[in-house]
Write a protein that binds this ligand. Structure first.
Ligand SMILES: C[S@@+](CC[C@H](N)C(=O)[O-])C[C@H]1O[C@@H](n2cnc3c(N)ncnc32)[C@H](O)[C@@H]1O
Length: 199
């Protein structure tokens, strides 16, 4: 589902970009390494900061970036214009990733799967497009956070089938991506960050 106005304001600002660049990307790199030369996908790219990080900090060669919200896609296209044909930004749904089976080296999820009512179908899509050995880098918001008063009052999320950190990691593994010990909870288990490797 699309973000409400409050969450758009929370996402589209310099503090969010700083956290992505200086906390989430280094933690994901420690857990799963960089992916130099990769053909990558970012699901739920928002205004495009994650794709910039995937190209720069992770060293990917090309990123297909999709987001459900045409307004976010417009922002991302402007933000990423300088990368030319290294990026392909499209309106799209993480439950129907526009890529062939086994064709992608890395998929990135910076806090989007918890917005999808049928979130397991997004994990199935990630598993479908990743080649064997390809990596799924995830940073997710757990049920623990979504049940807080602040989230319930100001933000909108699917209200059923929310996941804990352990349930999310188990579902990633159920879809054939090995996580083992390459995951962490962050901030009192409000967030889960990790990397799965496709079989
Ligand atoms: C919390 S924001 C995160 C944006 C960005 N990844 C970041 O970390 O700043 C979630 C994004 O996922 C998008 N989104 C929600 N459901 C989606 C879906 N089913 N497929 C693709 N994008 C989706 C929203 O429009 C929004 O831009």
């Amino acid at each position: 589902m699309k973000l409400n106005r409050a969450e758009k304001a929370l996402m589209n600002n310099a503090v969010r970009s700083w956290i992505q660049r200086h906390y989430e990307a280094p933690l994901l790199t420690r857990l799963g390494g960089r992916c130099p030369g990769a053909r990558a996908v970012e699901i739920g790219c928002g205004r495009g900061v994650g794709t910039e990080i995937i190209l720069g900090q992770f060293g990917a060669a090309h990123v297909l970036a999709v987001d459900l919200d045409p307004g976010m896609v417009d922002l991302a296209r402007v933000h990423l214009a300088r990368f030319g044909d290294r990026v392909d930004v499209r309106v799209g749904d993480a439950t129907q990733i526009p890529a062939q089976d086994d064709s992608v080296d890395a998929v990135f999820d910076f806090g989007i799967v918890h917005h999808i009512p049928d979130w397991r179908s997004a994990l199935a899509e990630v598993a479908r497009v990743l080649r064997p050995g390809g990596r799924f880098y995830f940073e997710e918001v757990t049920r623990h956070a979504l049940e807080r008063w602040t989230y319930r009052t100001f933000l909108e999320h699917p209200d059923h089938d929310r996941f804990s950190a352990e349930q999310f990691v188990a579902a990633v593994e159920d879809h054939g991506m090995k996580v083992a010990d390459t995951w962490r909870t962050v901030f009192f288990s409000d967030f889960v960050v990790g990397v799965g490797v496709a079989a």
